[in-house]
Ligand binder design. Structure first.
Ligand code: UN1
Length: 500
C-alpha cells in the first residue's frame, strides 16, 4: 500500500470519521490500475450503528423543518454541484471510468433532481376533498417515514444517490447511504455538497465498505424504515426477502435487457447512431443499455453493417482524454464477465462482427478495456439475448414484422426501457401501447431518461415503485388521511346519511 495515498473517511453526524476498526480499502482507476485514488474506510456493523444513531436522532428535528426550507437547502446543494461540476466530473471519471462528457451528465442529473425536489418543497401536495357529512373537513397529507437506508451502484455514482436522496430529504427523512465499493469518492463529494449547502448534521450519512459488512447491518437495523436499492436482480431479491419480516418500505431498481426495435421504414443512419449511443454509452454499463436490437429483416443487412462499422471505429480509452468515446469496464471481474459472455454468444451461434476482445495496446495498458462488441444473427432464446451482461455488447435479432418484434421484446424477465425507430406514427403508437417496460422512446435509444419523469421498470426490473419524478415521493412518504369534524357531535360515516 502506498503510504502517501489520500485517506477518506465516513461521513457521520456531520463529521468525517474513520471506520471504527481502522480498516481501509483501496480504490483504483479502472482505466489505469496503477493509479490509486485513495484508501477508503472499510466499515462494519459498528459504523452502520453510529450512522443510524445519528440519522434517527436528526430525524426528530428534520421532520419538523418546514418543507420549503428543506427545499432551499436542496436548491443550494444544486447550485454548489453546478459550481463544482467540472471537479466532481473529473474525479468521477477517474474513479468510475465513464468518459468525461458522461461524468458531467451524471453530475448534471444530480443538479436536475436537486432543483426538481427543491421546488417540490413548496408543493408536496396532498388532497383536500369534500366529506360525505356536513360540517366535516377531509384531506390527506404526506408524512416522512424515518431513517432511509440506500445501497447504490457504481454506474451512476452521483446521479443515483442524488435521485434517492433529494426525494427522501424533501419529504423530511434522514439517510444512511452505502455507496458501491468501486465508487465511494463520488458519493463523498455529494455529501460534501449537501454539507456545504447547510444540511444539518446527521441528516445525511455515508458509510463506505462492502455489501456484507455494511449493507447487511443497514438492512437488518430495525430503526431503518425504508431501503432503496439499485443493482442486480439477484441482490434485490435477497434484500426484498430480508426486509419482508419487518415490512420495511423496499424500493428496488434492478436489471434490464432493453430492446430497440428498428422497423424497415426507419431512418437507418439515425437508428445506427441511436444504437451506438444506447449500447456503448457508459461502456454498456447502464441498466437502460440497449442490449437487444430487434431489426426488421428488410433493414437488417444495412443496419448491421453500418452498426458494426461504427462500433469498430469507436475510440476506447481513458475517459479523461476528451477525444475518447468509451471508457473501461468498472473492474477486472466485470471485464471477465463480459469476456465470458462473448464466448457464450459465439458458442450459441451468434456471429461476432466486431470487438469483444480485451484491449492491451498503447493507451490501454493497465486498464479494463474491451473493444465494443456487435453480434448478429441473434435469437431470443440465446443467453446473450436474455441475461443482463452490463458491458459493451449488443446483439441484432432479425424479425419479420412489428408484431414479432414486440413479441420478442416482451419475451424477457426484465422491463425497464424500450425504444422503436420508425417514421410510421401508427407503428410508434402500437409499440408505445404494447411494450412491457417502464420507459419507452420513439426515435431515441433506451438510455437518457430525464429526472422529472418516473424512472423504473416492470416485471423483474422493479417491485412496483419508481424513483425520480414525483412518483419517487411515494417511496419516501406515508399518507395520512385527516378528518376534522366541526359539527359538535359524533357523526358516524356511512351510517348517519344526511337527509334532504
Ligand atoms: C442506470 O442505468 O442505472 O436513462 C441509470 C438513463 C440515465 C440513467 C441510467 N439517465 O440512461
Amino acid at each position: 500500500m502506498t503510504s502517501h495515498a489520500p485517506v477518506f473517511k465516513n461521513y457521520i453526524n456531520g463529521e468525517w470519521v474513520p471506520a471504527q476498526s481502522g480498516q481501509l480499502v483501496e480504490n483504483r482507476n479502472p482505466a489505469d490500475n496503477t493509479d490509486l485514488i485513495g484508501l477508503f474506510a472499510a466499515s462494519g456493523e459498528a459504523d452502520v450503528k453510529a450512522a443510524v444513531d445519528a440519522a434517527a436522532q436528526a430525524f426528530k428535528k428534520w421532520r419538523l423543518v418546514p418543507a420549503p426550507q428543506r427545499g432551499e437547502i436542496l436548491y443550494r446543494a444544486g447550485q454548489i454541484l453546478k459550481e463544482r461540476k467540472e471537479q466532481y466530473a473529473a474525479a468521477m471519471t477517474r474513479e468510475m471510468g465513464k468518459v468525461l462528457k458522461e461524468a458531467r451528465g451524471d453530475v448534471q442529473e444530480a443538479i436536475d433532481i436537486a432543483f426538481l425536489m427543491a421546488g417540490e418543497g413548496r408543493r408536496l401536495f396532498g388532497q383536500t376533498t369534500p366529506s360525505e357529512l356536513p360540517n366535516k373537513f377531509a384531506m390527506s397529507m404526506r408524512c416522512p417515514v424515518g431513517v432511509c437506508g440506500f445501497i447504490t451502484p457504481w454506474n451512476f455514482p452521483m446521479a443515483i444517490p442524488a435521485w434517492k436522496s433529494m426525494a427522501a430529504l424533501i419529504c423530511g427523512n434522514t439517510i444512511v447511504i452505502k455507496p458501491a465499493t468501486d465508487t465511494p469518492h463520488s458519493t463523498l463529494h455529494f455529501a460534501e455538497a449537501l454539507r456545504d449547502a447547510g444540511l444539518p448534521p446527521g441528516v445525511f450519512n455515508v458509510v463506505t465498505g462492502s455489501g456484507s459488512r455494511v449493507g447487511t447491518p443497514l438492512i437488518n437495523d430495525a430503526r431503518v424504515k425504508v431501503i432503496s436499492f439499485t443493482g442486480s436482480t439477484d441482490v434485490g431479491r435477497r434484500i426484498n426477502e430480508a426486509c419482508a419480516s419487518t415490512f420495511k418500505h423496499v424500493h428496488l431498481e434492478m436489471g434490464g435487457k432493453n430492446p430497440i426495435i428498428v422497423m424497415d421504414d426507419a431512418n437507418i443512419d439515425l437508428a445506427v447512431d441511436g444504437a451506438i449511443w444506447g449500447a456503448f454509452g457508459t461502456t454498456g454499463q447502464r441498466c437502460t443499455a440497449s442490449s437487444r436490437l430487434i431489426v426488421h429483416k428488410k433493414a437488417a443487412a444495412e443496419f448491421t453493417r453500418k452498426l458494426a462499422e461504427r462500433a469498430s471505429e469507436l475510440k476506447v480509452g481513458n475517459g479523461l482524454i476528451e477525444s475518447n468515446e468509451m471508457g473501461p469496464a468498472i473492474n477486472e471481474a466485470q471485464m471477465k464477465t463480459v469476456l465470458d459472455y462473448i464466448e457464450i454468444g459465439k458458442s450459441e451461434g451468434a456471429t461476432l462482427l466486431t470487438g469483444g476482445e480485451r484491449l492491451t495496446g498503447p493507451g490501454h495498458k493497465n486498464g479494463w478495456f474491451i473493444a465494443p462488441a456487435v453480434f448478429a444473427d441473434g435469437h431470443r432464446n440465446m443467453r446473450i439475448a436474455r441475461e443482463e451482461i452490463f458491458g459493451a455488447v449488443t446483439l441484432v435479432i432479425p424479425v419479420d414484422s412489428l408484431e414479432e418484434a414486440i413479441d420478442v421484446a416482451n419475451d424477457s424477465e426484465y422491463g425497464l426501457s424500450s425504444a422503436i425507430f420508425t417514421q410510421d406514427i401508427n407503428r410508434a403508437f402500437v409499440a408505445m401501447r404494447d411494450l412491457e417496460a417502464g420507459i419507452f422512446y420513439v426515435n431515441l435509444p433506451t438510455i437518457g431518461a430525464e429526472t422529472h419523469l418516473p424512472f423504473g421498470g416492470w416485471k423483474q426490473t422493479g417491485n412496483g415503485h419508481r424513483e425520480a419524478g414525483l412518483a419517487a415521493l411515494d417511496v419516501f412518504s406515508e399518507w395520512k388521511s385527516v378528518y376534522v369534524d366541526y359539527s359538535g357531535r359524533i357523526q358516524k360515516a356511512q351510517i348517519d346519511i344526511p337527509q334532504d
